[in-house]
Design a binder for this molecule. Structure first.
Ligand SMILES: N[C@@H](CCC(=O)N[C@@H](CS)C(=O)NCC(=O)O)C(=O)O
Length: 210
């Protein structure tokens, strides 16, 4: 919506205490949901596709083949995010090592996709313009980058295209402003609550949980 300059309001939902109004409108009890007048849409990809059809500028490629491949790479986000989350939410160094061992498969696939799909030098998935693929991967790259401040696993070091993509995404105002100002504090609290190894490396971690 930021990429399209849409007027909108965000309501953050505490997922540990889901309010009744939210459970009434969210079929799976998950965020995000988008309310457009009296209609409710759910599932990130469905919401993003709807917005892309309704509001210019088009973020999806015009070419149907390219568009289908973009959708296919967006479908890969759960594999990608699961691999990174395994490290972020690991409770012990051993779990982190296990997560690291499982990374090459999903990360090398995305590295290869960036090599094949991109036109020109980037910096985004398809080239110079932000796309729905960028919007889909950005939240996970953002969260992992935060965790890396503490874990320093160097997990992305062997994937230069993903690293440069991450840098471009995190430098972009549309992405930066997609989280609230206190995002890092809230995310740190989440890591503490989940008793992650990353949290043990944060100064003042126990206060962060309060
Ligand atoms: N496939 C869904 C996944 C949404 C999802 O898993 N949301 C999480 C937060 S990122 C959630 O609401 N979890 C709460 C729960 O499962 O109870 C989408 O892309 O919208």
């Amino acid at each position: 919506m930021r990429a399209k300059n849409v007027d909108f309001e965000v309501t953050y939902v505490n997922l540990r205490e889901k309010p009744d109004w939210f459970l009434e409108i969210s079929p799976h009890g998950k965020v995000p949901v988008l309310k457009v007048d009296d209609e409710v849409l759910f599932e990130s990809n469905a919401i993003a596709e709807y917005l892309d059809e309704m509001v210019p500028p088009r973020l999806h490629p015009e070419d149907p083949v390219k568009r289908a491949r973009n959708r296919a790479w967006t479908d890969f986000v759960p594999d990608f995010s699961r691999a990174l989350s395994k490290i972020s939410y690991a409770k012990t160094p051993e779990d982190i090592a296990e997560g690291m061992a499982a990374l090459p498969k999903p990360l090398s696939r995305v590295e290869e996709a960036l090599t094949r799909e991109r036109e020109g030098d980037g910096p985004f998935f398809n080239g110079s313009g932000l796309s729905l693929v960028d919007a889909a991967y950005a939240p996970f790259l953002m969260r992992f980058t935060f965790v890396e401040k503490y874990l320093n696993t160097g997990a992305l070091d062997d994937y230069p295209k993903i690293g440069a993509w991450r840098d471009a995404l995190l430098a972009d105002e549309r992405i930066r402003n997609s989280v609230p100002e206190d995002f890092e504090t809230e995310f740190a609290r989440n890591l503490v609550r989940r008793e992650t190894h990353a949290a043990t490396l944060m100064e003042g971690a126990s206060e962060a949980a309060e």
